[in-house]
Design a protein around this ligand. Structure first.
Ligand code: ADP
Ligand code: MG
Length: 725
């Protein structure tokens, strides 16, 4: 394509407005209605009532809500807000907000800023245009949003527009869940209950609360915005549907953790500044493996907050990128042949005294707690590996999972040699007491345990134990992490309960609970060991071995989604009151529909690019070559003189023909699939029949890209997008 100088000029246009830099500690959280602000702005008794409501998961009375709303409004007005919005997480996977002005008519020709307790606590956005998976008919499409007091309200700035955003749950009028937050909060509650019961059983009577912590590591690409806008596939679907691999990719390994370019550093600085204002503890930033690929990771937080924050991080990356004339790509695989982007979700459990239950402790008792929660988690993953696989399934992630860079579609757990050995010894019975040296040692040597298995730890594992937390690595970069965390919380709650029941039964009549624990763990290890795998997950041998072990290996999303609606899953989520059977079934359909839509958007995009950009460019070059052949033949009076051009011309003609016929073939296949009423069948058909054809088509286009005159090629090429920035 015609080269434009990369937007260095545009970069220069971007002026850093700040005159001086202020230490982060002075403005961290300044755009959130956080605990300190609440304490400062609310009368003491109201503050106490609000805190009680937050901590004990209760609703606020009207009077208190009015006082809180007033304080929140005054605070937001000081920040320049003109509107408030209930901020929620519908099943689209991104966030939604409906803005209402504070200004309200107050007699003829005047307005006054108003914000009532009722407006704070409940909103009524029309729900008809959000995915519901058939849960409610359009005629009863009303939904309502309910304030989630556990996540602070925040100020969202967009250009000069400033809005007070109130995190909320989104429910239909008939009480069914329409969002990703409600079941998350329910799963947090379920996990808390099971974990506290378990701790009580193990003798830790004082523990009142247990919560999950999350630290999501977010990967993304940045490319110059000029290139982005010249690629309809990136603009509409987030992924390049054609494009030949560049001469240089990531083979020199010179990008990972390399020094960060100035333009990117400035961008990262701006992102972090926005995040700090929002009280998001951004911590780590670095270059990732692929060219133009990066990562940002905040310090872990309580699960609900961490998920809200991850949504805000994704939005901020996109928003700030625009200011720097960059485009942030969160797609799982924007560039074929180049590493894709995932999101490692680090998950652990803490009690209300701040103890990490997945950390080996200082006393044998702590270590027993550790082993119980460790084994309960592994057990849950083993029992519901198919469900976990379903939670990461999406059209985008299909391009990444199982490629030689991301975890395979087989869910297994990495424990590291040291811990695997300890579990084996417990199973063999050589470690059967809390006073056993190996158990006591666990805590003392946890440092060596961590450093040993941490350094050589297995990057290929989808679910790895990394010292004091589990890291779920199969998650896609663009995904909301609620679905996975709802899954993990609920399946772990179940395993904790089932193990507790066994311990109870074993311990009946005996005073020695620890002995019962070891006996139960011994049995559990025998059961779960099939899911443990410390080796290289990318190998063919592992695939064969996993098959022998009976581990599920669903390579595509349409197959994987089915695990949402097995009787096992439906009963489990209903039992733990996280999602009713109807709600879970509707989620299954939403995932299937989304898969179909994503694929269909790409198909249309690919066909249009082929017909309106690729073929015209190729025909133009064909004409040029044909003219050159005729002219040369005339002058030299020899066909042999133009044999190379003639061969090239033939190649180009062949490729044009192949492209044209494959586009037609794809169209026919898509039409055939639209005749199906059954959405899951349609998804399967698109996946098995259309997707391979899209890959075939891409092959022809990419071959053409390497033959056609560079000046006339209509799309920015990979080397430009990935190396000019
Ligand atoms: P790496 O890339 O080496 O895995 P990072 O430092 O990039 O590690 O990210 C690790 C993530 O895990 C961070 O978000 C961190 O806060 C989070 N994390 C650390 N400890 C815990 C824990 N106990 N529970 C949950 N997340 C944790
Ligand atoms: Mg990292």
């Amino acid at each position: 394509m015609k080269k434009t100088t990369p937007t260095l000029a545009a970069e220069r246009q971007y002026v850093i407005e700040k005159e001086k830099f202020v230490p982060v500690s002075q403005y961290f959280g300044e755009d959130t209605f956080n605990h300190n602000v609440i304490k400062e702005k609310l009368p003491k008794d109201v503050y106490k009532k609000l805190m009680d409501a937050i901590n004990e998961d209760k609703t606020l009375d009207d009077e208190t809500a009015n006082v809180v709303a007033h304080a929140m409004k005054e605070w937001a007005l000081e920040k320049g807000a003109t509107h408030f919005a209930h901020w929620f997480q519908p099943m689209t996977g991104i966030t939604a907000e409906k803005h209402d002005a504070f200004a309200d008519p107050n007699g003829p020709g005047t307005v006054i800023e108003r914000f009532s307790g009722k407006q704070l606590v409940q909103g009524e956005p029309d729900a008809s245009s959000f995915p519901s998976g058939g849960i409610r008919a359009t005629f009863e499409a009303r939904g309502y949003t309910a304030w989630d007091m556990s996540s602070p309200a925040f100020i969202k700035r967009n250009g000069i527009s400033t809005t007070l955003c109130i995190p909320t749950a989104f429910i239909s009028y008939t009480g069914q869940v329409l969002d990703k937050k409600t079941p998350l909060l329910r799963s947090i509650r379920a996990l808390n209950k099971s974990a506290v019961n378990m701790l009580k059983l193990l003798g830790a009577k004082n523990v009142k609360r247990v919560h999950a912590n999350l630290g999501p590591e977010q990967e993304y690409f940045l490319i110059d915005m000029d290139y982005f806008y010249k690629r309809p596939d990136l603009v509409l679907g987030g992924r390049t549907v054609v494009g030949a691999p560049p001469a240089k990719g990531q083979e020199l390994e010179d990008q990972y953790f390399g020094s960060i370019k100035e333009r990117i550093s400035s961008f990262m600085h701006d992102v972090e500044e926005e995040l700090y204002k929002l009280g998001i503890p951004a911590k780590t930033r670095h270059n990732e493996v692929a060219p133009s690929q990066y990562e940002i990771a905040p310090v872990y937080e309580e699960a609900n907050l961490a998920i809200d924050h991850n949504q805000m991080i994704m939005e901020t990356l996109k928003y700030v990128a625009k200011k720097h004339r960059l485009a942030a790509l969160l797609h799982e695989k924007p560039f074929a042949g180049i590493n894709g982007s995932g999101k490692h979700v680090n998950w652990s459990l803490s009690d209300d005294r701040g103890n990490n239950l997945l950390n080996p402790g200082k006393t044998p008792q702590d270590n027993i707690h550790f082993l119980v929660f460790l084994i309960a988690t592994i057990r849950a993953v083993y029992k519901h590996a198919d469900f976990l696989r379903a939670t990461v399934a999406s059209y985008g992630n299909d391009h990444r999972l199982g490629a030689n860079e991301a975890p395979p579609a087989i869910i297994s757990v990495f424990l590291g040699e040291r811990l695997t050995q300890i579990l084996e010894n417990i199973e063999k019975g050589t470690v059967a007491k809390a006073t056993n040296a190996e158990i006591i040692d666990l805590g003392i040597s946890s440092l060596s345990l961590v450093s040993k298995d941490y350094t050589d730890r297995n990057r290929t594992s989808p679910f790895a134990f990394t010292g004091n937390k589990f890291e779920f690595r199969a998650v896609g970069a663009s995904q909301s992490i609620s679905t996975q965390v709802i899954g993990i919380n609920t399946i772990v709650a179940e395993s904790i309960d089932e193990i507790a029941e066994k311990i109870n039964t074993k311990a009946r009549g005996s005073k020695n609970i620890n002995q019962a624990v070891f006996e139960v763990l011994k049995g559990e290890i025998g059961y779960i060991k099939q899911i443990l795998f410390n080796g290289d997950n990318y190998t063919k041998e592992w695939e064969a071995e996993a098959k022998k072990r009976g581990l599920p290996n669903e390579k595509t999303s349409p197959g994987a989604f089915k695990a949402f609606v097995t009787d096992r899953a439906l009963n489990l989520f209903e039992k733990y009151q996280v999602l009713s059977k109807e709600e879970l079934k509707s989620r299954y359909l939403i995932h299937v529909e989304r898969y179909i839509k994503d694929l269909e958007i790409e198909v249309k995009c690919l066909n249009t690019i082929c017909m309106t950009q690729v073929i015209p460019a190729a025909v133009g070059y064909q004409k040029k070559l044909a003219r050159a052949i005729i002219d040369t033949k005339k002058v030299l009076r020899s066909a042999a003189a133009v044999s190379s051009q003639t061969e090239l011309l033939k190649k180009i003609l062949d490729l044009i023909n192949n492209i044209y016929s494959t586009v037609k073939d794809i169209q026919l296949k898509v039409e055939a699939s639209s005749a199906l009423d059954d959405e899951p069948k349609k998804a399967e058909m698109l996946c098995s029949k259309v997707k391979p054809k899209m890959d075939e088509l891409r092959g022809y286009v990419d071959a053409l890209e390497n033959l056609v005159d560079d000046e006339t090629w209509p799309l920015p090429k990979f080397w430009e997008m990935l190396f000019i920035c």
